[in-house]
Design a protein around this ligand. Structure first.
Ligand SMILES: NC(=O)c1ccc[n+]([C@@H]2O[C@H](COP(=O)([O-])OP(=O)(O)OC[C@H]3O[C@@H](n4cnc5c(N)ncnc54)[C@H](O)[C@@H]3O)[C@@H](O)[C@H]2O)c1
Ligand SMILES: O=C(O)[C@H](O)COP(=O)(O)O
Length: 412
């Protein structure tokens, strides 16, 4: 039996959506969390609100939208796990202000996306999507026209982060010239060179690949104007987020020949699950590789993500550690064997900490250790004490009354 918590582990409800890997389920069960509910797709809005109201821990992938309204129904929720890289589907500020840390897996599917993108660059440069489509219709077009090696061609990477750099390294090993554009100054790997801005990259690249996160700045960043600046007949790959590219402008450019071919893995609107229809203006175009948002969907990546994110959620639930949370003050904590641990999440405003400490001195409870981190809006203080369960409960109840308190919890 695992360590007792203030809320018994068998009563902690873990809700996992969108078919997260069985490795996550196993991790929770091995850690003593027996109430793990797994859905293989995202839930419709009403059902999501209903389920989240009863959950203590929620795990999602890129499809489930946890906006401020949905989070307002999550009264018992202590943490969210994004079993993926992107966290744009969660209102991170709303979660923080509700005292809910959000965790993700920032690297576990990087290689999977990079391999797919490089393979697609080769396929597009050879005109394989069109040839494949013709053969499926009984056609035979044996010709070298419009078919090129990638060796010596220029790959333009927009967003030179974890995935962008991996793509660059693999592409260089195939002999491609790599240029990149990022809003941050980045160390270039190998012989990759920074372009003189996005327009310069577009004008020079034979293949452009997008690896930016979804932000207000990247939504719609790739539209008709950017497409017009690409070399005529160059190729576009988007495995970032569907909102980054104007899909109608892309469809028009693929029909006119301004873009020679495209590989698209992400879409502005994606089906909720595998049983739902896929609708897109790109459907039926021979020069497009369409994939159902599977850039990170390899068994290797998913198994690792399941282990990584489940471990972060379990550590937070058992120990209070918020290391690598994407929206929350980060506290790394030692084990608290022999002490009780009180967690106090509060609005970051003057006077809260002195009121917290005052509760302990008033109730005569000695503090063994204290850990504090703050963000501009939220503070997180963890206090280890030697006390009876009754004393700790009394302290917790007093802490909950301090103005600005968002959440309190005791870990036994
Ligand atoms: N298709 C898939 O299955 C799949 C899988 C994993 C990740 N993704 C998407 O890929 C994105 C990138 O992943 P990553 O791990 O490389 O992230 P990352 O944070 O390591 O890199 C993103 C890079 O984009 C840069 N950037 C941000 N805004 C920019 C802008 N306006 N112009 C140019 N550069 C900009 C950042 O500075 C950063 O270097 C994720 O956010 C996610 O949305 C998709
Ligand atoms: O952000 C990510 O990691 C990717 O978009 C993958 O999302 P998924 O887990 O929904 O496949």
């Amino acid at each position: 039996m695992s360590a007792q918590t203030s809320y018994p582990k068998p009563d902690i409800r873990v809700l996992l959506l969108e078919g997260v890997s069985p490795t996550a389920v196993e991790s929770f069960r091995n850690a003593g969390y027996s109430q793990v509910q797994l859905y293989d797709k995202s839930l419709p809005p009403e059902k999501l609100r209903e389920e989240i109201a009863a959950a203590h821990i929620v795990g999602i992938r890129s499809r489930t939208q946890l906006d401020a309204d949905v989070l307002s129904h999550a009264r018992r929720l202590i943490a969210v796990g994004c079993f993926c890289i992107g966290t744009n589907q969660v209102d991170l500020d709303a979660a923080e202000l509700a005292g809910i840390p959000v965790f993700n897996a920032p690297y576990s599917n990087t290689r999977s996306v990079a391999e797919l993108v490089v393979a697609e660059a080769i396929m597009l440069m050879r005109g394989i999507p069109q040839k494949n489509a013709q053969c499926h219709r009984g056609g035979w077009s044996k010709s070298a026209a419009g078919s090129h090696e990638v060796r010596g061609k220029t790959l333009g990477i927009v967003g030179y982060g974890h995935i962008g750099t991996q793509v660059g390294v693999i592409a260089e090993s195939l002999g491609m010239q790599v240029i990149f554009h990022d809003i941050e100054t980045k160390l270039s790997l190998g012989n990759a060179r920074t372009a003189g801005g996005l327009d310069d990259l577009l004008a020079r690249s034979d293949v452009v690949t997008l690896h930016v996160p979804e932000t207000t700045a990247t939504q719609g960043m790739f539209g008709a104007a950017q497409i017009a600046r690409m070399k005529r007949g160059a190729h576009l790959i988007n495995a970032s987020r569907g909102t980054v590219v104007d899909i109608d402008a892309l469809a028009a450019a693929l029909k006119s020949g301004q873009i020679g071919g495209a590989a698209v893995d992400v879409f502005p609107v994606e089906p909720q699950g595998n049983a739902d229809p896929f609708v897109s203006p790109l459907v039926g175009l021979d020069n497009v590789i369409l994939t159902p948002h599977i850039g990170g969907s390899t068994l290797e990546a998913q198994d690792n993500i399941g282990l990584e994110v489940a471990a972060k959620l379990i550590r937070y639930s058992d120990n209070g550690s918020t290391l690598s949370a994407v929206n929350f003050p980060e506290v790394t904590l030692p084990e608290h064997t022999g002490s009780l641990r009180l967690l106090h999440i509060h609005r970051n405003m003057p006077g809260v900490l002195s009121q917290v400490n005052d509760v302990f001195s008033r109730l005569g409870v000695n503090i063994d250790g204290q850990f504090l981190r703050t963000h501009p809006k939220v503070g997180y203080v963890v206090i280890d004490v030697t006390a009876t369960h009754e004393q700790a409960t009394q302290v917790r109840d007093e802490l909950a009354r301090i103005p600005g308190t968002l959440r309190t919890r005791i870990l036994y």
